[in-house]
Design a protein around this ligand. Sequence first.
Ligand code: WTA
Length: 654
Amino acid sequence: MAQTQEALIPTKDAFSRKAHVKSLEDYQRLYQRSIQQPEAFWSEMAEQLTWFHKPDAIMDLDAEQVDFSWFGGGKLNAAYNCIDRHATERPGKVAIIWAKNEPGEYESITYRDLQHHVGRVANVLKAHGVRKGDRVCIYLPMVPELAYTMLACARIGAVHSVVFAGFSSEALRERILDSGAKVLITANEGPRGPKFVPTKAIADEAVEGLSLVESILVVRRTGKEVPMLAGRDYWLDAEMAKHRGVCPAEWMDSEDPLFILYTSGSTGKPKGVLHTTGGYLVYAATTFRYVFDIQPEDVYFCAADLGWVTGHSYILYGPLMNGTTTVMFESTPTFPDAGRLWRVVDDLKATILYTAPTALRSLIKEGDAWVKKSSRQSLRLLGSVGEPINPEVWRWYHDVVGEGRCPVVDTWWQTETGGILIAPLPGATPTKPGSATLPFFGVEPVLVDDEGRVIEGNGVSGNLCLARSWPGQARTLYGHHQRFKETYYARFPNLYFTGDGCRRDEDGYYWITGRVDDVLNVSGHRLGTAEVESALVAHEAVAEAAVVGFPHDLKGTGVCAFVTVKPDWQESASEQMVGALKEQVRHVIGPIATPDRVVLVNGLPKTRSGKILRRMLRKIASGEVENLGDASTLADPSVLDELLAKATPPQAKR
Ligand code: WTA
């Protein structure tokens, strides 16, 4: 098709010449091999890790039980692979550059330093009773101790569960309870942009009355004093001073859990996605090496937070396993101004930048001058993650930020996939703005219609599924294997269902069109509509709530809540209540979930059997009021007039 051909942006010779994979033909050859001889392919990839005992088997997959094992019989340790082998070979190489919230302030941590810090923290954890298999909850801002504590858990075989420091105390408590964590790690507070997140105060609230959490270790990020409960709360620096920096690495089985990371699904309860050791590490290391075409001299800057999977796989594990210098960014792209990312790039001579479309959109709004006054000469590759990237934003990234010199890799994946599944290889794959392009090695995407029929050929759209297991896939939802099966493997038998819609164009390129389930992607963060609804109905005034997404210029998707209040509260159904309900959601989930709009209505559109017509609400919230569907299915058609009057954005009113 002429149009898609025209949109093809060829690979860049200067980049391809030095790349690990230099041409589309090379990619295709490797891809075919990964599909036709997966065991040979993955066994080779596994060799980049150091194993205490080599795996006896490569894959053992029981599709019926949804029970996947990779690299069975292998013994290894994640922290050993991330630290020790590099600390021995090149101890003075910088492992982590911490870019602090304050502009221009950086700290470098070498692989040798990292080894000592992680060893100390590991010994502290042991002294606090943490044993192999125990869960440790980490609620920290982007401080180096976040990396140390994650790796320290891995070193002793404990399972880390990092909770993003923007979550509320209730959300934290729920995650602590679900994972059964006995140690919690937090900071006195966390500076982020112009604000300070009171992490310790939030942690205190989260564990109130819980006997489960025996110790809270507190990182001293600022001089702020916080109440410390004797016998439960300990300053981490003081504890570390008591211990040696040497701690033996536990020999873990390939299928021993490495971490739990909570994410949103289509029910109210967050899902504890569980990743295991061998497969996850092989997959994170391999994808990092190829998708970012990692070279020894790279300074790699991913602007995400370690609290999300992007941080786990591509700030911490992927980069450190490859011996890369990785940046931990404590601040935000707009603090103190829209030039911040470019300043970090120039100050650190970063060669690769990996960020989310939502951040790019917020910078585009501030004008090109912020970009242009920086040098960015060090950059050689740009990456995007977390949500579909609008073609205009892609072009801005490519033309303005990268000056046409740097390939752009749009990487599609999920918390559950452990690593990138669809993305270009920057030296090999011609790109198209807005398309994640082609599958990574070993990944077999299929599109199916709503009845589960596989849609063959090109120029088609459907539900995106994966036809075969890959090493980095999540093994279960912690403690809820049945829910794991139902969520991912029940809708389309024998296929992993991603929850995303997708188009495969005439050239076989994949275009992710967004979620097809009740999950919203708000500023690159996943949010379940049911989660927001349960936060709202927990407010005493609320009778019912229905939450839908609508297109939002900056966030990608905005959150719109339709709420009915209980009879006693109807008189106070005012602007003030709208504010109170937004606050309610912030309180229960955290600021990222705050609805953009709360619409108080007398009734929700329901079918006669009582089902809320969400599709209708989505259209109303999006201003697509021309074709609302058949109003005769409504139990009470009169609710429609009120909804249209109150909820339609002004320009779309009929
Ligand atoms: C969306 C983030 C389009 C998608 C790594 C997916 C994307 C969800 C892309 C997972 C992309 C992520 N293009 N959509 N490049 N990357 N998504 O678990 O809807 O936080 O299902 O993982 O984000 O979000 P999660």
